[in-house]
Every structure is written in C-alpha cells, then in structure tokens.
Design a protein around this ligand. Structure first.
Ligand SMILES: [Zn+2]
Length: 139
C-alpha cells in the first residue's frame, strides 16, 4: 500500500515544520489531493493514523481537500474542470485536451499546532481555527 509511505512522508514534513515553529503538538494537517495523484483518500486517512503514532502528530486529524482535474482548452481559451478523469475532453466544446493544469497535487496546505507559552496558538495556526480546542491539556 503506497499510501502508507506517502503518509509517513506527510507526517515527516508536518512534524519538521511543527518542530521549527516550536510546537508541542499538532492538531491537524490539511492536505490538497488531486484526482490524478494516484492516492486513495480512505487508504491515506487510514495510513495517516498509523504514521502519526509516536510523533507530535499522534491523535491529530488529517483534513483532505480533494481537487478536481483542470485542463486548458485551446478552443475555449480557458481552463476547464473535467467532470471525469476517464475522459480528457473539454466539457464545454468537447475538444480533447491533455494540457493538465491541476489534478496531480499532493501537498500540505496548512498545519494546526499547539505552541507552549502561546495560550491559544493562534499566531502560529495557518487557518486560525485552533482556538476552539487544544489549550486545556498543558496548563
Ligand atoms: Zn473547450
């Protein structure tokens, strides 16, 4: 299951950033997953939990944002979203296009962390959504 090795590298990356930020704990990791990334979302979420064990990320949530495939259509002179990855044709004019603009992404968009001394961790959270939880355990 290659999702497991992907999960390990995501956890690795996230914990490095967390350590650099002085975090004691990671609450969640947000990733962007393209429809052509070749990763099964459910398998990734399952693998993530395994990969988190014994790291700063233990108990954290993986938040997956799925990205549809987008190609550039020369006939329409615009980027269009493909309704299906089975058929690389413009949904507007039916012209075949292989000019991929989005869909292979697999990257970390944001991580939410707890930082000691910073009561709510807000300044370090990329999404600002950290202050509803997580500040109770340490103090
Ligand atoms: Zn078109």
């Amino acid at each position: 299951m290659h999702e497991l090795s992907i999960a390990y590298s995501l956890v690795d990356l996230a914990s490095q950033s967390a350590i650099e930020a002085g975090a004691t704990r990671v609450n969640s990791v947000h990733v962007r997953l393209g429809a052509l990334a070749g990763v099964v979302r459910g398998a990734l979420e399952f693998s993530y939990e395994i990969a988190c064990a014994g790291t700063l990320l233990e108990g954290s949530t993986l938040v997956v944002k799925e990205l549809p495939v987008r190609v550039y259509c020369a006939a329409c002179d615009m980027e269009v979203e493909l309704p299906s990855v089975q058929r690389f044709c413009c949904p507007r004019c039916d012209t075949p296009s292989g000019d991929l603009r989005q869909g292979r992404e697999l990257d970390i968009e944001a991580i939410e962390i707890d930082v000691p001394g910073d009561v709510k961790g807000e300044e370090h959270g990329n999404t600002g959504a950290t202050d509803s939880q997580g500040d109770s355990e340490q103090k």
